[in-house]
Design a protein around this ligand. Structure first.
Ligand SMILES: NC(=O)c1ccc[n+]([C@@H]2O[C@H](COP(=O)([O-])OP(=O)(O)OC[C@H]3O[C@@H](n4cnc5c(N)ncnc54)[C@H](OP(=O)(O)O)[C@@H]3O)[C@@H](O)[C@H]2O)c1
Length: 232
């Protein structure tokens, strides 16, 4: 399988490169020119296309011939970086390619997610402050996901919980809605978020799903696994 990783030089991206190479995939990574050095550890094993991830020309070149595209959606700046990135991938990936996008729990597909007051307050406060400082525009990540949800492509939008570093604990478990008890622990290792993204490429059951994930060793996941019915 040939996969393109858009946002390959970030923390999540580098873990995805690692998992993809481990599976024997051919990897093309996209990152800003200034960040190419962050991929030195993979030199000679992946092809790198340097440039802004919302540049249609950069994405067209990078996704050519790819069976799958893993995209890190980040709401940096106030110039439609996330929606521009998503649109470029939707426009230029092969129509039959598997497309997997990352975002956070704050994205809702059907409005049925149930958020704690603390979560809503944190997202609102952080979003307001970041927008005022013109560093991050969370609304643009929402727009990016809206475009993905509306597309006929073979997409999956993986919604990450709070993240931590550490060794892999295994494939996270998931649920369709934030607020479901299995997700209560709200913590996933970043390396396992990346694992879920890469595994999704070959899991057709996740097509047109927006799984909210949580670490498989967290208390809420373990409690759910022990209950009748078990974990996904
Ligand atoms: N952080 C969290 O707690 C958290 C929680 C839930 C979900 N998520 C989701 O997880 C994914 C990865 O997030 P992460 O926080 O772990 O970050 P990350 O993997 O380190 O990725 C950050 C990405 O943003 C790029 N970037 C940084 N500054 C930029 C700028 N000014 N303009 C354009 N691009 C810029 C980085 O590229 P360079 O390498 O070029 O800098 C990198 O590709 C995202 O989809 C996020 O929504 C994160």
């Amino acid at each position: 399988m040939k996969v393109c990783i858009v946002g390959a030089s970030g923390k999540l991206g580098k873990y995805m490169v690692q998992h993809a190479l481990h599976r024997g995939y051919e990897v093309v990574g996209v990152c800003r020119e200034r960040s190419i050095g962050k991929l030195d550890a993979f030199r000679g094993r992946i092809r790198i296309v340097g440039g802004a991830t919302n540049d249609p020309g950069v994405i067209r070149e990078a996704v050519a011939g790819c069976d799958g595209v893993l995209t890190v959606l980040v709401p940096w700046g106030v110039h439609q970086y996330a929606s521009g990135t998503a649109q470029a991938v939707l426009d230029h990936a092969r129509p039959d390619a598997r497309l997997v996008f990352s975002c956070g729990w704050h994205i809702t597909r059907d409005g049925k997610d149930v958020y704690s007051r603390r979560f809503r307050w944190t997202v609102a406060a952080a979003g307001w402050l970041a927008r005022r400082l013109r560093v991050v525009d969370l609304a643009d990540q929402v727009e990016a996901c809206r475009r993905v949800f509306a597309s006929d492509a073979r997409w999956t939008v993986v919604r990450g919980s709070d993240l931590e570093e550490g060794e892999s604990q295994g494939l996270p478990v998931w649920s369709r809605h934030v607020g479901d008890p299995v997700l209560e622990s709200n913590l996933t290792r970043r390396i396992d978020f990346a694992l879920f993204m890469v595994e999704a490429l070959e899991n057709d059951a996740l097509i047109h799903e927006a799984p909210a994930i949580v670490g498989c060793r967290t208390p809420s996941a373990l409690a759910h696994a022990a209950a009748p019915g078990g974990a996904r």
